[in-house]
Design a protein around this ligand. Structure first.
Ligand code: SF4
Length: 398
């Protein structure tokens, strides 16, 4: 019998220091909710050996990571072998050497999941996630091929390879390339940067739905490329920027010099505002349904549990979070409970907690005060039911 992990709602013993070096996702995270950044980045030595709060990923996000990492590694191998397109005859040799797409995807899945084995929130779900991901390999393989088919790689001549770990870049394709601008304390890792005939093209591979943030991210990379005197000492301009999605490619207009200047000013202002936002301890929370729903530390955030009582029902109203006080047992797998905080259910409303067969019944006991993430809410004969499954997380409140 598998068991839903049981944790305690804890407060960081020490809030994190403000970041010294910035990147696009960090800036967006702090702009979205400073407290989320602080709760995620604080250390929890009594919980695990890793840094920050242990993250929770779902199979969809893990599939996206797998596709992204596979596109990157195949792209890199093809570039190094001097291939320019997936249809080149040499590609078969390169892919055979790597074991073929299925083997590459399987290895990537295992590598990504291995990083989570010591994660107390995910450890018990690894095999389940692995099975789901392996079943998804045919679809992921098609996604990888769609991305790769769009790219014309520019081989790196060995004598003109430049220095992938530092130094001026010459003509060629560079993957997972780190750019930095120390004057704004910003770094960025570009999925694919290509230089040919003094023209630079930047690609980003996206596995989710299109978003304005993606073009904003590309513009930030163009800014870093323009300012990176080590990688781009000759000031080669970005002439094309592309976002590769599963079913289409979007061209994003590269910024001209004037636009780059205003982007730089804007970035500095935003960085200063973000620094100010994380200077208080704890930083301010910004509870809004569209962000909190995906927040991996919402169980620790008191503002979220207060705010969600005023929100409208989320999604289709079936998979939700709820805070309850557990009452008497109704049977081996069900308990009475009273609502403390929920969306669309008043405080003190009686509900019935129902455990899935696969969950150990010891996870809940009378008298517990718990926050339950990802429960299935339903109704049977006028009684609200709260279904607890293997993907539900239970957080006790002392
Ligand atoms: S739950 Fe919402 S308000 Fe709380 S830290 Fe997360 S994103 Fe911020």
């Amino acid at each position: 019998m598998s068991s839903t992990a049981m944790f305690t709602v804890i407060t960081p013993s020490e809030w994190p220091a403000a970041p010294k070096m910035w990147h696009f996702s960090l800036l967006k995270e702090i702009e979205t909710c400073p407290k989320q950044w602080a709760l995620t980045s604080a250390e929890y030595p009594n919980l695990w050996d890793g840094h920050g709060y242990p993250p929770m990923a779902n199979p969809r996000a893990l599939a996206g990571q797998t596709v992204h990492a596979t596109v990157s590694s195949v792209c890199n191998a093809l570039s190094e072998a001097g291939c320019s397109h997936l249809s080149d005859v040499e590609v078969i040799q390169v892919l055979r050497k790597m074991g073929g797409f299925t083997a590459i995807l399987t290895e990537t899945i295992d590598r990504i999941l291995d990083r989570q084995r010591s994660n107390p929130r995910m450890g018990h779900l690894i095999e389940r996630f692995r099975n789901d991901l392996v079943q998804d390999i045919p679809a992921m393989r098609q996604q990888v091929q769609r991305h790769l088919n769009r790219i014309s790689l520019i081989p790196r001549a060995s004598s003109l390879t430049g220095a992938p770990h530092g130094g001026k870049l010459w003509g060629g394709s560079y993957h997972e390339l780190r750019l930095r601008d120390d004057s704004v304390s910003f770094v960025g890792i570009v999925d694919l940067l290509q230089i040919e005939n003094r023209r630079c093209t930047i690609w980003e591979f996206k596995t989710g739905v299109p978003s304005d943030q993606h073009s904003e991210q590309l513009r930030t990379y163009a800014l870093l490329w323009a300012a990176d005197k080590e990688r781009n000492p000759d000031g080669i301009p970005v002439s094309r920027m592309l976002l590769s999605y599963d079913d289409h490619v979007e061209d994003v207009a590269p910024p001209d010099p004037d636009t780059l200047s205003s982007l730089r000013v804007d970035l500095l202002k935003r960085r200063e505002a973000a620094l100010a936002a994380v200077s208080s301890t704890p930083p301010v929370a910004n509870p809004v349904p569209e962000h909190c729903r995906f927040c991996s530390v919402r169980q620790l955030c008191s503002e979220y549990w207060v705010a969600r009582m005023k929100w409208q029902e989320e999604g289709d109203g079936t998979w939700v979070d709820i805070e309850v006080k557990v009452g008497a047992s109704r049977g081996p797998r069900s308990w009475d409970a009273l609502v403390v905080a929920a969306t669309g259910i008043p405080k003190e409303t009686p509900v019935v907690l129902v455990l899935a067969q696969t969950i150990s019944h010891t996870v809940l006991q009378k008298g517990m005060h718990v926050r339950l993430l990802n429960v299935r809410q339903g109704e049977t004969e006028g009684v609200i039911t709260v279904g607890i499954s293997a993907t539900t997380e239970v957080f006790g409140i002392d």
